[in-house]
Every structure is written in structure tokens, then in C-alpha cells.
Ligand binder design. Structure first.
Ligand code: AMP
Length: 578
């Protein structure tokens, strides 16, 4: 492990990514097969293949006790060293002591030998497991002969190398070491879930033979946003499919005959939170890896995300909660089927495979299963107009979904990438056109401009409209717009007499500068709440100024009735009464 440790020290000493890659690559190139896989894994900070679900389970205390027994490290000296370095490996390493009794017979700690011992530690079970783990740690320590080596061996065991290497750099280093296409290495890495296997395959020019390792999560492909109301130029080309954008949590399922795993967007195993989904997946024959979204449903209707929150991060879900917030797994992609890895296949192909997989489900169940469903999709007609896009958008919203996702049917699945092959379209719940009635100076950079607006909607009064304040927001306008508006507001302050009356009428504080109510702004928000805070009786949560509406006069602004309508729609969408 001395050569590994030296490589690590050199990698830690440079900030340059290219140099780091070259150093890792040079080191890997020189290894024999036995050392190559474990060394590559050590660089990733996890000594075991991700797919194998093995963990070292050796605590700090065991390491310290083993170091005391092997090297005679005492607590006092250790805490001084730890305080100076903040790292157990760096603190313990310098205490390494050639062990005299072993003398010439010291076993050499190669990467492969270390791996075998680490596996034994991970495998230790039963009532003497703890003792066994300590003895094995002592064996590892007594095989170290050099402080740097001991430092990095301990670092591997604590899972923190701290040399500024991300997995992506190790992938590039493998490509460089064996002169392979980085894309092929990346693809194999997604499939294998273990860079050790990938390094070996790269060395032997067998990257295309790497197949899927089930139960090791694959990074999710992500969508780039497109602006609602734009001309949708991105969609002009042919070859898009359209799906609803589900308002839930992303989940990747790995199904093998005797094991089901569900991974969250952060690649954590969340199988325990969704027992009914796991149960439904059990009905699938063979093996597969699926991608989709888990949503909360009630009476067949999709509920907004916040209903799902009760289910998140629960290791065990009580039956009452499962009844209260039932969930559905809407599947929209197939990443692998049995031994076949599908990431490189175009989406059209993957969707066809997905349909085949889920058909077996309804056949085996004798009907449609509500917990596991195939995401419906349609093709986007070539040259679809903005109206056509909006029509589809409204239909999605009517189904309780958040908007649309457009996916290129010819694109492969690119793990961890937010590319242009998937586009998402969402819109605020609704926007309200409001009249600016008062302004204030902003903060920080905006202390000299009038950038905070108080705005109102129209309330029908006997003979005329009144204004009812509904909220305040910092301006979301550009600096140029804000500067121009500041000038306009300065020029259109209400004269003192009128202002006095308006403060009363609008129920505003004296530090707000009242202005002539004629500027209309479009306001977006998350939800509408009933509130005594403002004269309108409503408040907006997270209001944002979307844009100025110079095309509208104050009399064209939205009314309190419209606010009540949007509020009612919101409640209806959430399936709650009044
Ligand atoms: P956002 O949370 O707005 O960044 O949107 C991205 C997320 O939308 C993804 O991570 C998915 O969890 C989710 N999503 C919902 N429906 C789909 C779909 N049909 N295809 C892909 N992602 C989706």
C-alpha cells in the first residue's frame, strides 16, 4: 500500500483536476489484475463494490484500540495529534512502529491483501464479531511499515480519503490509464455500480461486456426547464414525446427475483418508506431497473406533493399512514431488463421495453394494478403551436399533475445529466394582475431605489372599484426596469391630503410611499391563504413579481372575486372542502 499512499499524497498536493487524473491513471496502469480493482475502489472512498451492499462496520473505537495494541498509541498523544490534524488517519499514521516480533516475516500489505482483510472484517458476525474485527484491524496495522502508508490505510477504513477526488475523476483516470473512450467507461460505471470491475474491464478491453449490477443505484437523468408562455422554439424539431410532470418524488426501482430496492433522487435506499410499491414490484417477473415518480393518490386522484411529505423518510410506515396517504409509482423509463443494459438505447426503445415489462404485470395480476402504472405519453405533433402545448398543459393540470415533460425519443438515458433531451414545463398555480399602491426602498444594493411594492386587487364597491391590498413583494424586475419605475413612482406620489386618506382606506403603514394607483404588475405565488393580514382578507405565499403589465390599466387588474375563484380552485385541486 506504500505506492497507493504515495499516489494519494501527490494527488492531494495538486489542485489541478488534469494532474489528479494523470496521477491516478499512472498509478492504476502499473497494477496487476489482483490489485487493480481494490485500488480503484479505494480511490472512490468505498472499499467495496456499491452493488454488493457490504459495509465495513468498524468504528472509531475499534481502530483506536487496535492502534493502541499494535503501535502503543496512548489516548493523550492521540488526542493531541487528532486536534492538530482533524483526521484519524493523519493522526494515527505517524505512530506506526515496525513490529519487531514479525521482523522479516512481516506480510506485505498489497491492495489485494488489504481488501481480503477488509472483507473479513465486514463479514465478522456473531457474538465475538467485535473482538474479531479488532484482531483483524491489528493485523492490518502491523502490516504497515511506513507512516504515509498507515495514514492512508486508516483513511480507507474511516471512509474518508480527503484528496479531492470525485468519482468522475476516477472514471476519467481509468479511461486515460488504458486509453479507452471516457463515454464507454462512464456507461460501464453506471451499469456495474463498481469502478473496480470497470477498471478491470477497461484494462482488458471488455467495457462493452459490463452488464447491469442490480441494487446499485444509477444517477438520475434530469430535465432542463423551458419558460412557460415562450414560443417553444426548442420543441420545433420532430421526435418529442410528452408526459405529465408528476408532483411527487423521483424513484428508481431495482427488481430481481429475490430482492426489491427503491432509490431516491439522492440515491438512498427508500424501499422501507413505500412497502406497497415494493409489494407491487414483486409481481414483475425476471429482473429490471425502472425509473419513475412516486405520487400520493386519493380516490384515484393525484394529490399535491405536500400530502406525500408524511411518507418521506419513514423507515417503517404504519398501516394507518399507508391508508391515509396511499401512493402510486408512475413508471416512465426502463434502464435494464434481465441482463440487458438499456441506457444506450433510444427512449422510444426503452419505452417499448417498459411497456412489455408492465404488461406482464397486468397479465399476472389479471387486471390493472393501481400501485404500479405506466406513465401515459403521447407524441408531440411536428410544429406544435404554443396553443397546442398549452392545451396539453391544462389537461395535465386538470389531472392534478404539475405540467409537462418533453423527451426526445431518439435520446439515450444520460445518468446524472440535466441535458436538452428532457425539457420540463411548469407554471405557477396562477398569476394575478395587481395594482401597485405603495412602494418602499429596498435593501442592500437596492437601498436607493423603490423596489419593494405593495399591491392590491379590485373590490367592487357601490359605484366604483375600490382597491384591496393583498400582498407585498420585492421586485423581480431587471435593474433597468426598477430604475425607470423608481423615477416614475417619484413623479407620481400621492399629494399629502390624498395620501392621508389613502393610508386609512388601504390600511397601510406610514413609512410606505403612496403612489398613484395605475401601474399593473403580474404576481406569481405558491398558494393563496385566508388571512387578516391584508384588507383583502387573503394573503399570497411567496409572491413574486413576474413582469410589468404596461398593456393593462388599473381598471383591468384582477378582482377579489377572481382571487376567491383561484382560492377555491386550489382547494378543489387539493381535494379539500372549503
Ligand atoms: P423539478 O423538481 O421542477 O426540477 O423537476 C424535475 C423533476 O421532475 C424530476 O427530478 C422528477 O422527479 C420529476 N418528474 C415528474 N414527472 C416526470 C417525468 N414524466 N419525467 C421525468 N421527470 C419527472
Amino acid at each position: 500500500m506504500i505506492a497507493f499512499a504515495r499516489a494519494c499524497a501527490a494527488i492531494a498536493a495538486t489542485a489541478s483536476k488534469l494532474e489528479k487524473i494523470a496521477l491516478v491513471g499512472d498509478y492504476l496502469r502499473g497494477l496487476d489484475d489482483g490489485d487493480l480493482a481494490p485500488s480503484t475502489r479505494y480511490f472512490t472512498g468505498n472499499p467495496f463494490p456499491q452493488a454488493q451492499d457490504v459495509s465495513l462496520a468498524v468504528g472509531w473505537r475499534t481502530l483506536v484500540e487496535a492502534a493502541a495494541a499494535t503501535w502503543g498509541v496512548d489516548d493523550g498523544a492521540l488526542s493531541v495529534a487528532y486536534r492538530a490534524t482533524g483526521d484519524l488517519g493523519a493522526a494515527l499514521g505517524p505512530f506506526v512502529r515496525p513490529s519487531h516480533d514479525l521482523g522479516l516475516f512481516r506480510e506485505e500489505l498489497t491492495p489485494a491483501r488489504l481488501y481480503a482483510l477488509l472483507l473479513e472484517i465486514a463479514d465478522a458476525a456473531g457474538k465475538n464479531a467485535q473482538k474479531r474485527r479488532r484482531i483483524l484491524c491489528e493485523r492490518i496495522f502491523s502490516a504497515c511499515s511506513d507512516p504515509l502508508e498507515a495514514t492512508y490505510v486508516v483513511k480507507i477504513m474511516t471512509g474518508e480519503l480527503r484528496i479531492g477526488l470525485r468519482e468522475g475523476l476516477v472514471v476519467d483516470a481509468i479511461a486515460q490509464a488504458f486509453a479507452r473512450d471516457p463515454r464507454a467507461v462512464r456507461r460501464a460505471a453506471s451499469a456495474a455500480g463498481d469502478l473496480g470491475t470497470v477498471a478491470l474491464a477497461a484494462k482488458h478491453d471488455a467495457l462493452d461486456q459490463v452488464t447491469i449490477a442490480y441494487h446499485a443505484p444509477i444517477a438520475f437523468m434530469l430535465a432542463s426547464p423551458i419558460a412557460y408562455g415562450s414560443e417553444y422554439k426548442e420543441l420545433a424539431a420532430t421526435g418529442w414525446l410528452v408526459e405529465d410532470k408528476y408532483d411527487g418524488v423521483r424513484a428508481q426501482a431495482h427488481v430481481t427475483p429475490n430482492r426489491i430496492s427503491l432509490f431516491s433522487r439522492t440515491l438512498n435506499d427508500v424501499s422501507g418508506s413505500y412497502p406497497e410499491v415494493v409489494e407491487a414490484l414483486r409481481a414483475l417477473p425476471g429482473s429490471c431497473a425502472l425509473d419513475g415518480e412516486i405520487v400520493a393518490v386519493r380516490d384515484g386522484r393525484v394529490l399535491p406533493f405536500r400530502f406525500l411529505q408524511a411518507r418521506l423518510q419513514r423507515k417503517d410506515v404504519a398501516p394507518e399512514l399507508m391508508r391515509e396517504v396511499p401512493v402510486r409509482y408512475v413508471v416512465f423509463d426502463a434502464l435494464a431488463r434481465d441482463e440487458e443494459f438499456l441506457l444506450d438505447h433510444p427512449l422510444a426503445d426503452r419505452r417499448a421495453r417498459l411497456a412489455e415489462i408492465l404488461v406482464t404485470l397486468s397479465v399476472s395480476k389479471g387486471g390493472a394494478d393501481d400501485t404500479l402504472v405506466l406513465a401515459p405519453w403521447t407524441a408531440l405533433e411536428a410544429g406544435a403551436t404554443a396553443e397546442a402545448v398549452h392545451e396539453r398543459f391544462e389537461a395535465s393540470r386538470a389531472r392534478g399533475d404539475e405540467g409537462l415533460v418533453f423527451k426526445r425519443t431518439d435520446a439515450p438515458y444520460t445518468p446524472g445529466r440535466r441535458g436538452k433531451a428532457w425539457l420540463k414545463l411548469k407554471r405557477e398555480l396562477a398569476t394575478l394582475d395587481c395594482v401597485v399602491v405603495a412602494v418602499e426602498r429596498g435593501h442592500g444594493r437596492r437601498v436607493n431605489v423603490l423596489s419593494d411594492y405593495t399591491f392590491a386587487v379590485l373590490r367592487q364597491a357601490q359605484d366604483d372599484n375600490e382597491l384591496a391590498v393583498i400582498g407585498k413583494a420585492f421586485s423581480g424586475l431587471t435593474d433597468v426596469e426598477i430604475a425607470e419605475m423608481t423615477q416614475w413612482f417619484e413623479d407620481h406620489r400621492l399629494p399629502p391630503e390624498e395620501a392621508r386618506a389613502a393610508y386609512e382606506r388601504l390600511d397601510l403603514k406610514r413609512h410606505e410611499i403612496l403612489i398613484e394607483p395605475s401601474v399593473v404588475v403580474e404576481i406569481a405565488f405558491d398558494i393563496i391563504q385566508k388571512s387578516a393580514l391584508h384588507a383583502s382578507g387573503y394573503a399570497l405565499r411567496f409572491p413574486r413579481i413576474v413582469r410589468l403589465r404596461p398593456d393593462k390599466r388599473a381598471a383591468d387588474a384582477d378582482t377579489l372575486e377572481r382571487v376567491a375563484e383561484v382560492y377555491a380552485e386550489m382547494l378543489a385541486r387539493e381535494g379539500i372542502d372549503g
